[in-house]
Design a binder for this molecule. Structure first.
Ligand code: ADP
Length: 420
């Protein structure tokens, strides 16, 4: 597998124009992909493979501007999944390229880059070993990312591959923000510290907010609220992430769809004893059965909670209230950490689509010099400034686009090497 040497890559890239980038995001049983033409940053096709290694695996492939094609086939592993995606992309009927050789580069989402990866990198054998080394701190996320990388490297030999890390953007955090109150040796020995996630998304929306304000990100203090099923907030001071709510794993911070977010650590041994749970079970309990699902007892989806609360369901209302309160508290904390704020951005499923939740979170933040305009706030999934005119602190809804950041990084890294 480690045939991929830097020299080979440089030779492969020499004289090559990077136009079409294949963006791959592998989960344990899923693959999301997009094919992006970098001339105009145009999405040519996108797809989702689900239930890899299970019964009923499917591929949903959508060529730009056309209907989704639903393919049901056995997909035992990620390699077969990638082959299927390429088959769909090159299909005579619904493909968007003639041949796999039209793919100039592949960009991979990698969840954990530890302390080593502070930016996106061209994948070499050494980089692969580095990603493997991070599996210890991200045992659920990094192995599927590696399956995807290995599959693409085998199938598309000679095509440059780039890794884009969820953690990289947060590597600018200072020690005061990332150290836990544990014996220092735990940090030195095992790398136990805050890493933060959703970095690609926070970076994208912060950049867009700066563009919309016609300012440079390096002159702004931005609080980015990525509120989806997984949720995190980042304090981005003068272009750099200086703090974020997720920690050593994505479990810390806000209350999420099914994740508890921060709790008193003493609750863990208490519950293990009372409810007779082992380490695996408590981990599952905190990651999959807690959060707004746990509080409401109804659903992990805010849409369900909003309609249940409207029907008078108290626990759904409580889950919404607890979530909004926590987000507001983080915003306040990050204003303090940055010595002020110039813009607050909402993104991801809930942040982009729920005027109700945005209003609830921002209600009471007027002391910062901001207020939501109720009419402008009636927006779903579209980029818009939603604060009142002339507000000192701007509030934006900005749909995230992690795939585009991955494609851009892949394109830029490959171009830099071509110019060597
Ligand atoms: P993830 O990528 O973390 O799985 P998403 O960013 O896709 O999550 O967000 C999914 C969540 O967004 C859903 O669980 C739901 O709670 C919320 N959501 C999506 N659309 C709406 C909507 N119209 N109103 C309220 N919440 C929504």
């Amino acid at each position: 597998m480690y045939w991929y040497l830097r020299l080979d890559l440089i030779l492969a890239l020499t004289g090559r124009l990077i136009v079409i980038v294949f963006v791959v995001n592998c989960g344990s049983s899923s693959i999301k992909y997009q094919l992006i033409n970098m001339e105009g940053e145009r999405v040519m096709a996108k797809g989702l493979i689900e239930r890899i290694g299970m019964e009923g695996s499917t591929l949903k492939h959508t060529p730009a501007g056309k209907y989704t094609i639903d393919l049901k086939e056995e997909i035992p592993d990620h390699k077969v999944g990638i082959r299927m995606a390429i088959k769909a992309l090159t299909s005579k009927e619904y493909g968007v390229i003639k041949d796999m050789s039209e793919i100039d580069a592949v960009g991979h989402r990698v969840v954990h880059g530890g302390e080593r990866f502070t930016d996106s990198v061209l994948i070499t054998s050494d980089v692969l070993r580095g990603i493997e080394a991070c599996c210890e701190i991200a045992p659920l996320h990094n192995p599927p990312n590696l399956y995807g990388i290995n599959a693409c490297m085998e199938i598309m030999r000679g095509t440059p591959q780039v890794a884009v890390f969820d953690t990289a953007f947060h590597q600018t955090m200072p020690k005061v923000a990332y150290l836990y109150g544990l014996p220092y040796e735990m940090y030195v020995k095992y790398g136990v510290r805050r890493y933060g996630f959703h970095g690609t998304s926070h970076k994208y929306v912060a950049l867009r907010a700066a563009e919309l304000m016609q300012e440079h990100m390096n002159d702004l203090r931005i609080i980015s609220c990525h509120l989806g099923n997984g949720a995190s907030i980042a304090a981005i001071k003068y272009g750099k992430s200086i703090d974020t709510s997720m920690g050593y794993t994505p479990l810390e911070g806000l209350i999420m769809g099914t994740r508890s977010g921060e709790i008193d650590p003493a609750i863990i041994p208490f519950l293990m004893e009372k409810e007779n749970m082992n380490a695996q079970q408590i981990d599952d309990y905190l990651n999959r059965r807690s959060g707004i699902l746990g509080i409401s007892g109804l659903s992990s989806d805010f849409r369900d909670l909003e309609s249940a609360a409207n029907r008078g369901d108290d626990r759904s209302q409580l889950a919404i209230d607890v979530f909004a309160y926590k987000v507001k508290k983080y915003i306040g904390g990050y204003v303090a950490a940055m010595g002020g704020v110039d813009a607050i951005v909402f993104t991801a499923g809930l942040g982009e689509n729920s005027p109700f939740m945005r209003d609830k979170i921002c209600n009471g933040l007027e002391y910062l010099g901001t207020r939501i305009d109720p009419d402008l706030n009636q927006v779903r999934g579209k980029e818009r400034e939603i604060s009142v005119r002339r507000a000192r602190v701007k509030i934006f809804v900005i749909p995230t686009n992690e795939e585009l950041v991955i494609a851009r990084d892949t394109y830029n890294i490959c171009r830099r090497i071509i110019k060597l």
